[in-house]
Write a protein of this length. Structure first.
Length: 298
């Protein structure tokens, strides 16, 4: 290992070799077919026992941010249940193998977050196969750009809310029967919650909802000793960006408008989730941790 997440680096120069070109995949996309490959921390994330013995359920754990979180949690000592769509098996198998290499259990539970019954079964199966649940990461999400509200289909609006908001609600509600005092719920929101793009009206609306859900529920669950927080990524290189998450002419300059002048990598998100999942953040509740290259945020 030449570098790990603790190595001193110039963040403005990190990942300078990433220069993605226009490309397109149908939703939800396969990271295996994405060029260049996002850095999930495979060769850099070093665990130090911060989540020893914990049991985590992560949605969208096959690729991108969720996969980087799965790898980091595993190396910190947590067993991981992974949710993803059945068509993403190739990506999920690779990440599950990395989780198992860390010496912990990986449980693979594919299904569709738009389906309430799947969400409830997912939680029951995860808790059953991991022997309980201490950490829930609601991260699976849909983002498809649309330039004109008059052409935004009812179906897309519904799908985006079902995936990003209803899925989180169904899973969190079901998880409460299993989460003990000390447990942590982490929702993935976005810079879009407060700095909206004109072409992401439906998506941005779901992310603002996730922030409000997080902050309200955090107060409700604090007396039970369950902490609820969110992570708000900025522009991060994942397959979401080439499955119509952005108009493709934006890809070549993706993230260049951040103060750091570049897009981020999933590996740079994982430590934020580890912090919020572990007991070291015991007094951090209802917080949105922005990981966005310096874009001013509330
Ligand atoms: P990604 O495509 O790698 O991960 C998203 C995952 O969501 C998919 O792998 C898929 O498993 C899951 N998913 C989507 N629809 C689903 C469905 N109907 N049922 C089950 N699973 C479904 O992309 P990512 O960028 O890592 O996205 C992870 C989260 O980060 C999302 O919530 C996204 O909104 C958020 N986010 C991403 C960025 C970014 O720039 N990449 C910025 C802000 C927020
Ligand atoms: Mg995926």
């Amino acid at each position: 290992m030449t570098r790990d997440q603790y190595t001193l680096v110039d963040p403005a120069k990190l990942y300078a070799e990433y220069e993605p070109k226009k490309q397109h995949q149908p939703e939800p996309g396969l990271e295996a077919d994405l060029q260049p490959k996002p850095d999930l921390g495979e060769s850099t994330y070093r665990g130090t026992g911060r989540l020893q013995g914990r049991r985590a359920l992560i949605t969208g754990a096959d690729s991108g941010i969720g996969a980087a979180v799965a790898i980091a949690f595993a190396r910190e000592g947590a067993s991981v249940a992974m949710s993803y769509l059945p068509s993403e098996a190739e990506d999920a198998d690779r990440v599950a193998a990395l989780v198992r290499e860390a010496g912990v259990v990986a449980v693979q539970l594919p299904g569709d977050l738009r389906d309430a019954e799947y969400c409830r079964t997912l939680v029951a199966d995860a808790a059953d196969q991991l022997g309980g649940l201490d950490i829930l990461v609601n991260n699976g999400g849909k983002q498809v750009f649309n330039e004109d509200l008059e052409t935004l289909s009812d179906e897309q609006f519904d799908d985006t809310f079902k995936t990003n908001v209803y899925g989180m609600f169904w899973i969190t509600k079901a998880a409460l029967a299993h989460l003990p005092a000390g447990a942590s719920i982490i929702n993935t929101t976005s810079i879009q919650a407060y700095k909206q793009s004109a072409v992401l009206v439906d998506y941005a609306s779901t992310k603002a909802t996730i922030n409000a859900f997080t902050k309200g529920l955090a107060q409700q669950l604090a007396p039970r000793g369950i902490r609820v927080n969110a992570v708000a990524p900025g522009p991060i290189w994942t397959v979401l960006q080439v499955t119509d998450g952005q108009p493709q002419e934006k890809i070549a300059h993706f993230g260049e408008d951040t103060p750091l002048g570049r897009m981020g990598q999933p590996a740079e998100l994982a430590p934020a989730y580890v912090f919020l999942a572990s007991a070291e953040s015991s007094y951090v509740i209802g917080e949105t941790l922005n990981v966005n290259g310096g874009i001013p945020s509330p």
